[in-house]
Design a protein around this ligand. Structure first.
Ligand code: HGY
Ligand code: MN
Ligand code: MN
Length: 409
């Protein structure tokens, strides 16, 4: 390929806008929770795009959608991927950019009549966000052989709906076996979702890996009682216990280098103003680039839970929702991404990803790397999530360069 092939930037932006209209929220973001009607609509749109380009289109048993541009030779493919599901307060670009850039790259190569030595594919993984069903990166975890389809299908959302039934309902339980397309390499373009690139005056990020992540669901059980007549010493108050755990998690972010902590779900039952709660269900999102630090944080939380149970009589049940170690990417691919950026005359710096990504799972299968573009204001998982058109087009062109070399190297 002459080094000057570029994607059609206007078409990339138009496709992103078309996808953003699916599940659009009044605040200007997107809400396409995994396996919802909005997710189905996004999937239908993606399949139609792949077919319009003339790509062989496949759906696997967990709903991963794959479009393949055949190579001169059969064999392992260079795969470009990400996701199109969003969190409830999602933006327009998290995940969508990586999938739409992959579609655009394959369309551009097809139009230019360029046939790579190896097949090139784009994949949209099911339930990357983990906002409705757990764990996150579920579709890529199944693809990588880390979770059986049947086990994934049995997962329940907060309303008690099973993932498998939701997948069947939207018609995306496909015939292919997850992982059916062998991967020669995997690349993912994604918005940074944090403030680093912007704080350094822009440029691209060559992602060296993803930090470790542990999601815990804690169910704290006390005794419902009258908020006016029950003396404080008589109360079994899981609400107070949840507050202590939340505070301790925040303290740990100051005690352990690199530690992050978030309580994203806090359900108090029965949720009456004048009843000492019976039960509290809360989630902890603990992350750290260093697995030992992450383990230290989790151990400190578990020890506080034991103390609360022993001293205050609050029973605490814990359930793992996600647990993935810090994952390094492949040096040769990171260098390939940097090389492609340099060819485009674009500044690029190495960095780790704070967010989880499907690349974290694909790294179990093949050489893997990611490319970040900056997020305006460092905001994501927020309707105001924003990346500039020029940055998205530049990112897609850098991705094209790296993917082409890998498909012909
Ligand atoms: O939670 C994450 O880091 C990703 O958005 N699933
Ligand atoms: Mn994402
Ligand atoms: Mn996300």
């Amino acid at each position: 390929m002459s080094g000057n092939l570029r994607i059609d930037g206007d078409r990339l932006i138009a496709r992103l806008a078309a996808l953003a209209r699916i599940g659009a929220t009044p605040e200007g973001g997107c809400r396409r929770l995994a396996l919802s009607d909005e997710d189905r609509e996004g999937r239908d749109w993606l399949v139609a795009q792949l077919r319009e380009i003339g790509l062989a289109t496949h759906v696997d048993a967990i709903g991963n959608i794959v479009g393949v541009l055949p190579g001169q030779e059969q064999g392992p493919a260079v795969i470009i991927g990400s996701h199109i599901d969003t969190v409830a307060t999602g933006g327009r670009f998290d995940g969508a950019l990586g999938v739409v850039a992959g579609v655009e790259i394959l369309a551009s190569l097809r139009e230019a009549g360029l046939v790579p030595k190896r097949p090139l594919a784009v994949i949209a993984f099911t339930n990357e966000e983990g906002a409705r069903f757990h764990p996150d990166m579920l579709g890529s975890l199944v693809w990588a052989g880390g979770l059986a389809v049947e086990e994934a299908r049995a997962g329940l959302d907060a309303e008690g709906s099973a993932l498998g039934e939701a997948l069947d309902r939207i018609g995306y339980a496909g015939p292919e076996t997850p992982g059916f397309l062998e991967a020669h390499a995997y690349l993912e373009l994604h918005i940074e979702q944090g403030p680093v690139l912007e704080s350094e005056g822009g440029g691209l990020g060559a992602v060296t890996g993803v930090q470790g992540i542990t999601w815990l669901e804690l169910t704290l059980s006390g005794r419902p009682s009258h908020a006016g007549t029950t003396p404080m010493a008589y109360r079994l108050d899981p609400g107070l216990a949840a507050a202590r755990i939340t505070l301790r998690a925040n303290e740990l972010t100051r005690e352990i280098p690199g530690q992050l902590a978030n309580v994203g779900v806090l359900r108090v039952e029965p949720g009456n103003v004048n009843v000492v709660p019976e039960r509290v269900v809360m989630t902890l999102d603990l992350r750290n680039p260093d697995d030992a630090g992450l383990a230290r944080a989790e151990a400190a939380i578990r020890s506080l839970c034991s103390e609360i149970t022993a001293q205050d009589g609050i029973a605490i049940a814990s359930r793992d929702l996600a647990r993935f170690p810090a994952t390094p990417f492949t040096e040769s691919l990171i260098a390939e991404v940097e090389r492609s950026a340099a060819k485009h005359g674009l500044p690029i710096r190495r960095m780790i990803s704070g967010a989880g990504h499907d690349a974290q799972m694909m790294a179990r299968l093949c050489p893997t790397a990611m490319l970040f573009i900056q997020s305006v204001g460092g905001l994501s998982h927020n309707p105001a999530e924003l990346s500039r058109d020029a940055d998205m087009i530049a990112g897609a062109n850098v991705l094209l360069g790296a993917a082409w070399r890998l498909a012909n190297g």
